[in-house]
Design a protein around this ligand. Sequence first.
Ligand code: AMP
Ligand code: MG
Length: 422
Amino acid sequence: MKSIADISAQLQGYDPQALSADAVNEFLARLVEPVTQTESVGIFDALDRVLAQDLISPISVPAHDNSAMDGYALDGALLKSGGAIELDVVGTALAGKAWQGSVGPGECVKIMTGAIMPAGLDTVVPQEFAQAAGDHRIRIPPKLLQPGDNRRLKGEDLREGAPALKRGERLTPAACGLVASLGMPSVPVVRRLRVAYFSTGDEILSLGEPAREGAVYDSNRYTAIGLLKRLGCEVIDMGVVRDEPELLEAAFMQAARAADAIITSGGVSVGEADYTKAMMKKLGDVAFWKIAMRPGRPMAVGRIGPAILFGLPGNPVAVMVTFLAFVRPALLRMMGCEDAQPPLLQARSAEAIRKKAGRTEYQRGVVTRAADGSLRVRTTGNQGSGVLSSMVQANGLIVLHHAQGNVAVGDPVDVMMFEGVI
Ligand code: AMP
Ligand code: MG
């Protein structure tokens, strides 16, 4: 387990007062360790979980060469003549059964999709291309077929003894189907990550409390917990913790005992009058960062007991952006996922965007398809770090990288899409 000081010493040019977004991710990748406990779960419970071991295919899929079409199976060598051919139909091969007969020269077998290819036959002419040429006889016009057409090969999906899925992969619906195709009812997965969350700040009201001047309802609890649920974490919801040292200490200690990671919002910016930072400092090994980014900037990171701490800023959009940019990849690593960075797609900016080089900016955007089929992205208006409505309207975050400057209309920009994430 590396301390904050160990990691800081390893990173070239580490400056907690001016960290780039990339440096944050690099730091976090060194700080977190994957959970080691695993469990076996049924396929339906495996969705979105992370595979704990390579899954070696016990069988080949498909198990035999078989037909990809309804039609007639024949010996592809007959096509060499290049002309039309006529064949006698000597039997029918049905899906799920091997056809037992033998096929002589000038003969073919009617075959259904998925049926095992009869011995000696390697090509299927689709039914719609075969013309009737008398009772139990078909004619195949020239130049329609190549030898091997419309045949699926044994093991073309999965080969016996080869890894069908790799450790560290997240199980998508497609992966769950693949597991089932191997005849496996359950899979070994990494145990769920336990994440405790609480909001801090004396001006923060829990739902149900009467509104009062200067106070705001706690929205961060709902965005953060929603994001955690999307990741498949087990959430320990600790609500709002009032700004009193004893209450904060009790909350941090309880969270550190119960969770792999603790996420808080609020109380980490420079001018904070409250006790959150002091308590983090007292109880843990914690760094307080200023990140060259917008929105966001302040963030506390470290360890309290065995739990990893992410002290997010208070502003509602800053919470979501820092979560997506840093916390999500770090939690995915803790879940044992190898590929933790979200994929970015590229779209052309529909507007000019002012951007200062030397910090990463995340703008809320809407990606649409233009008439010419290319992707366009526009911003959703007010980009204030407390404005959730423009986050709601967005379908992705435009990521304007550290070194990037102003964006002109039509310039390509990177976008982190929300689909499946938010
Ligand atoms: P802070 O990081 O504590 O200085 O908070 C920055 C801003 O975010 C302030 O305007 C807070 O009122 C607001 N804020 C902090 N926590 C929350 C929360 N849980 N829900 C909604 N707004 C919050
Ligand atoms: Mg505050």
